[in-house]
Design a protein around this ligand. Sequence first.
Ligand SMILES: Nc1nc2c(ncn2[C@@H]2O[C@H](COP(=O)(O)OP(=O)(O)OP(=O)(O)O)[C@@H](O)[C@H]2O)c(=O)[nH]1
Ligand SMILES: [Mg+2]
Length: 430
Amino acid sequence: MFSDRVSIVLRSGNGGDGHVSFRREKYVPNGGPDGGDGGDGGDVIFEVDPGMTTLAAFRHHKTYAAGNGSEGGKKRCHGKRGNDIVLQVPEGTIIRDQESGRIIADMSGKDNSRRIILHGGKGGIGNMHFATSTMQAPRYAKPGKPGIEIDVVLELKSMADVGLIGFPNVGKSTLLSRVTNARPKIANYHFTTLHPNLGVVDFGDHEDGFVLADIPGLIENASKGEGLGHQFLQHIERTRFLIHVVDGASLEGRSPADDIRTINDELVSFHEGLGEKPQVIALNKMDLLPEEERQHVIDQLREDLGDSDIPVFSISCATGEGIRELLNYVRARLAEMPNETTVYETEYFPEEELTEEELPFSVRKEKGEYYVDGPRIEKMLGFTNLESEKGFLFFERFMRENGIEDELKKLGAQEGDTVHVCDYEFEYVE
Ligand SMILES: Nc1nc2c(ncn2[C@@H]2O[C@H](COP(=O)(O)OP(=O)(O)OP(=O)(O)O)[C@@H](O)[C@H]2O)c(=O)[nH]1
Ligand SMILES: [Mg+2]
């Protein structure tokens, strides 16, 4: 029923193995090596689908794997690249490493509509590359590099400017439906809303409107997960402003001030930043009170809230009274704030993380040339595309951070010297 947080497994494809074969031609007894390279494994890619609003699509399926690269063939045939797997998610989806909880990607904002989350392992090179003057018939090729598998959690944090919060049944969805084109379910019982609903408040005056999100009702201990509070609260983390809806008619016997304090305590316990978001109180269902009692209820609430300076608007979603004033106020406050969506930064780089395992490597000098190899280097090269700028920068950083650069310097490497890094050959530059 709730699907704004799901755990899944992602796996990128293995690289195909390089091939060992020799050219067979008439009258040529020993043809040269012609085994082709293995194909690279497929990538795991995430893409925003603007039409999606929940993560429900991920509920019934656990593992998402890209295809493996095929083995290289004879006659220098390159193995087929593994198929990528493209996962469509709603905007605002955050991908986290399950174990550490750190963020791998935030699928929101213009630059993040498509992200490669895991690269496939690289294909191994075939024996055609190993023909040298000293070894004419190489009988070995390189195996493909394995892909990467990680457990992740997908979590949806809505992309709204303003959030509607409050106890169940106070009229949050009714307000959303009155001021936007969203059509959420409205009913006279608790937890009618199970997923956030988003709508655009359009003022019809060519000025910017804002995106309003209605979330499921919050209750005491929501911050501890009660009533699935975590899933609900995560949806207002990106908002810049909150409309705190309370039942002014106290239909369920609670006092508006108690409700407000309870919910605000939950916001702070969930995440300090939530408690600091500016709010306005919408005292709703005021149509149910006789005219002469309304002012009394407003005054009482202000008194109960003591020195809190949260503004209070008296409204009715049934008659529409007070709503315009409320929205104008919210718009004016938003206009004073920087208009930028929160996009969470990447804290976890699956591929780099894996190279941090303490695998060995060695750096040595032989006949005036330098050799860097070992499992650690192989692992890094297994998913680093040296032909892309980003990949090459990562490679340089890897060499620096692992002390390989220093090591080369110590061995006396000079500008222009040859450095072999596994199967690659570089010129040393200071
Ligand atoms: N008389 C009156 N009834 C209202 C008003 N606003 C909402 N209601 C009624 O209150 C009930 C609850 O409204 P919802 O909008 O579903 O409440 P909610 O806060 O979204 O509730 P949850 O989704 O359960 O958290 C419905 O029966 C609405 O018709 C109002 O201003 N006046
Ligand atoms: Mg609702």
